[in-house]
Design a protein around this ligand. Structure first.
Ligand code: FAD
Length: 439
């Protein structure tokens, strides 16, 4: 009998004897490591996708504003200038810290240094059965699934003769009042009330309901209370019903049961979008010997971002639970980028030497600010002493996202797409790639 591991080939080591650094994940953290690493080593970057995904704009793919290639860049082309980096497309299934190997679908690779940057996954807080009806947003597939689902609902609503079912099809419940939920709810309200306005004959899309459900007493809890209030008002101006202090009790195919300050109610809907939780990647549980994880399944790392007891293995980005100046580092792109840079410096200095350097600098997260967009000319932003909302915050958001988007082609394409949308209220990506088959 042949097993998966016996079919796996062991990758040859570099003939010149250089050390091998395996980087798992070409997200913000892994990619930054590869760009910043300077040292005499071969870097092997493994990702199950052939593209780096710019997750902050994923909701625009879901809401038919941008196309998939606008927010993704082929890893090989992003790294074509970095000769020491070899890219390998494969799914990593196991990591052995003692044997110093990673096992991918088709190959086993020995490493001298390891950088784990697999990101996180959507979590349903132990209610995985909800994932069937509550659509998460983490990958391109997720975004295309959300887009197909919503556009198909409106196509069905146009021909639906039963009033109750038509209302269900035109009701969208977004769970989670963090940045993803707020962006989805705002963009969905614009889609329904503005973009679809003249395109249907039998339904009036302006009658759509968009309900945002948040368990805490305010949305966007990472911002000041005044900015959270401003974001809530901006959403309500767009027609979003914001339900605070409301917990989801159940998600079914035809509705969501919610417990709020006024009791338990069921919102009947065929469209539930999930922006409520992110947990550490399940691959971290397959690391041997087992590593310590926090409550959310993220790897607890030391000050230098290495795994305790394994000074040559690091975890960075959303997969890591780390602290900087006594505070937990947030799961955001700038933190992953800064971690990638930090570890590139450490390994760059130590690799090629016989002994590990005992004096490593601690990781310090520099918070340059946070921003969330709500819709056209609506956003909030917080950076140092600066607090902004409305048009100014929205312009800041546009600028920062255009500048940080990976790939020159993507920047130009997204800039022109946004200008077009601003002038016309049209969405170029309103295509259902494969009509969903639903019962
Ligand atoms: C919808 C959404 C909106 C967001 N908006 C913002 C925002 O506005 N601002 C902000 O700062 N942050 C935002 N974030 C968070 C930000 O995207 C993350 O903090 C950041 O992507 C983390 O980077 P990372 O390198 O840790 O992981 P990721 O960027 O998630 O990359 C992980 C990589 O690992 C690969 N991978 C995973 N498992 C395997 C495996 N087993 N084998 C091989 N490869 C694997 C994946 O394919 C992926 O390429 C958002 C996230 C989401 C989901």
């Amino acid at each position: 009998m042949t097993t998966a591991s016996s079919q796996r080939q062991r990758a040859p080591r570099p003939v010149d004897g250089r050390p091998v650094i395996v980087v798992l994940g070409a997200g913000f953290g892994g990619l930054e490591f590869c760009k910043r690493f300077r040292g005499d080593a071969q870097v092997v970057l493994i990702d199950r996708q052939n593209h780096h995904l710019f997750q902050p704009l994923l909701y625009q793919v879901a809401m038919a504003g941008l196309s998939a290639p606008d927010v993704a860049a082929p890893i090989r082309s992003v790294l074509s200038r970095y000769a020491r980096v070899r890219t390998h497309m494969a799914e990593v299934t196991a990591v052995d810290l003692e044997a110093r190997t990673v096992a991918a679908s088709d190959v086993e690779i020995e490493w001298d240094w390891l950088v784990l940057a697999p990101g996180g996954v959507t979590t349903y807080f132990g209610r995985d059965e909800w994932s069937e009806h509550a659509l998460g947003l983490k990958t391109l597939d997720d975004a295309l699934r959300v887009r197909s689902h919503i556009l198909t609902s409106y196509e069905r609503a146009e021909n639906e003769t039963d009033d109750e079912e038509r209302r269900r099809l035109m009701t969208i419940v977004v769970v989670g009042g963090g940045p993803t939920g707020v962006e989805l709810a705002g963009a969905m309200a614009e889609l329904a009330h503005r973009v679809f306005r003249r395109d249907f004959r039998r339904i009036d899309p302006a009658e759509s309901r968009v309900v945002l459900v948040e368990a805490e007493d305010r949305i966007l809890g990472a911002y000041t209370p005044a900015l959270s209030d401003s974001a809530k008002r901006q959403l309500e101006d767009l027609g979003v019903e914001v339900r605070l202090e409301s917990r989801v009790l159940d998600v079914r195919e035809d509705g969501v049961r919610i417990a709020g300050p006024l009791g338990v109610e069921t919102v009947e809907t065929r469209n539930v979008l999930w922006g409520a939780g992110v947990a550490g990647h399940p691959l971290l549980r397959a690391v041997r010997p087992a590593i310590e994880l926090d409550r959310d399944g993220r790897a607890i790392v030391g000050d230098d971002l290495s795994l305790p007891g394994h000074s040559r293995a690091f975890v960075i980005g959303d997969a890591a639970r780390s602290e900087s100046s006594g505070e937990a580092v947030p799961g955001v792109a700038p933190a992953a980028i800064q971690m990638g840079r930090h570890v590139a410096k450490i390994i760059g200095r130590e690799c090629g030497k016989d002994a590990d350097d005992a004096e490593r600098p601690a990781f310090r997260y520099v918070d340059k600010g946070i921003m969330a967009t709500i819709g056209r000319r609506r956003a909030i932003a917080m950076s140092g002493p600066i607090r902004a909302s409305g048009l100014i915050a929205w312009l800041m958001w546009l600028f920062v996202h255009l500048m940080t988007l990976v790939g020159f082609r993507n920047r130009v394409a997204v800039f022109f797409e946004w200008m077009w949308q601003y002038a016309t209220y049209q969405r170029g990506a309103r295509i259902i790639p494969r009509p969903e088959v639903r019962d």
